[in-house]
Ligand binder design. Structure first.
Ligand SMILES: C[S@@+](CC[C@H](N)C(=O)[O-])C[C@H]1O[C@@H](n2cnc3c(N)ncnc32)[C@H](O)[C@@H]1O
Length: 247
């Protein structure tokens, strides 16, 4: 099973970096605020960040008291930035695919992943691998694109508008056909994987996790004031966030 490394594609990397450098984007306004509300106390804890990208979350974990943070990413370019912008003696960056994490040493109190699991084909195996890396009473907290977004085979789920141009509904398809999706995002052929909501939850349960919280983030008032496009989130959610515990 090969893993696509699209973040090392120059055109993709430039487009994505520009998006993330904006003060207002779906991460800063919607996904990250929801993830932060679900973070456990990290004082003296160890954290594994899967698909850590430029390492900004790794630094925040250290700032919140974490004793050790390991950031894993398949992309050399993303880790280059991480080592430049987000280095700290408590953080170690590892350039590998998260499909290979069973070879990592040690265990973690929190396994965290922000918007990377929809790039992984075999989610059951990933959950099993993560479970064996989590300390008892430790957590897995992750966000991914919502299954309503990943569903449509050509990536072209779309809004429908009324006569005044107001968005009123969202059309998607292929929901119950899990598997590979090729979408255009800066470049053609970006590969993501669609899983149904039930397949996601069942994979976590099969691995042994107990689900503590599921969140389909709704925009906060302060965020909608800054970015009215977030009203679209009341038509369909963009993200799925799960917090699960190993008991
Ligand atoms: C949308 S970015 C999110 C980066 C970071 N978590 C953040 O929130 O800023 C997704 C990241 O997942 C990484 N990724 C994709 N597939 C991966 C894999 N198989 N193993 C490890 N990292 C992967 C990408 O290289 C990229 O850095």
């Amino acid at each position: 099973m090969s893993n696509q490394n699209i973040f090392d594609n120059e055109i993709f990397f430039e487009g994505y970096s520009e998006l993330r450098s904006r003060e207002i984007n779906a991460n800063t306004m919607l996904e990250q605020p929801a993830m932060k509300e679900l973070l456990p106390d990290l004082t003296n804890k160890s954290v594994l960040d899967l698909g850590c990208g430029c390492g900004h979350n790794c630094v925040e974990f250290v700032d919140s008291g974490a004793a050790r943070v390991v950031g894993v990413d398949i992309s050399e370019k993303m880790l280059e930035v991480a080592k430049k912008e987000s280095s700290n003696e408590k953080i170690e960056y590892v350039n590998m695919s998260m499909t290979d994490i069973s070879c990592l040493d040690g265990k973690f109190d929190l396994v965290y992943s922000s918007l990377a699991f929809h790039y992984i084909e075999d989610f059951e195996k990933l959950c099993k691998d993560i479970y064996s890396l989590v300390n008892n009473n430790g957590c897995l907290l992750f966000s991914q694109e919502h299954p309503l977004i990943t569903a449509t085979v050509d990536g072209k789920g779309h809004y429908n508008k009324d006569d005044n141009g107001k968005k009123i509904s969202y059309t998607f398809s292929n929901y119950n056909e899990p598997g590979k999706r090729y979408v255009h995002w800066y470049v053609d052929g970006v590969t993501k994987y669609h899983r149904t909501f039930s397949a996601t939850v069942n994979a976590l349960a099969k691995a042994g996790f107990v689900i503590e919280k599921i969140c389909e983030p709704q925009p906060k008032d302060w965020a909608m004031e800054k970015w009215p496009a977030l009203y679209d989130e009341f038509i369909k959610p963009s993200f799925l966030i799960v917090k699960a515990r190993k008991i």
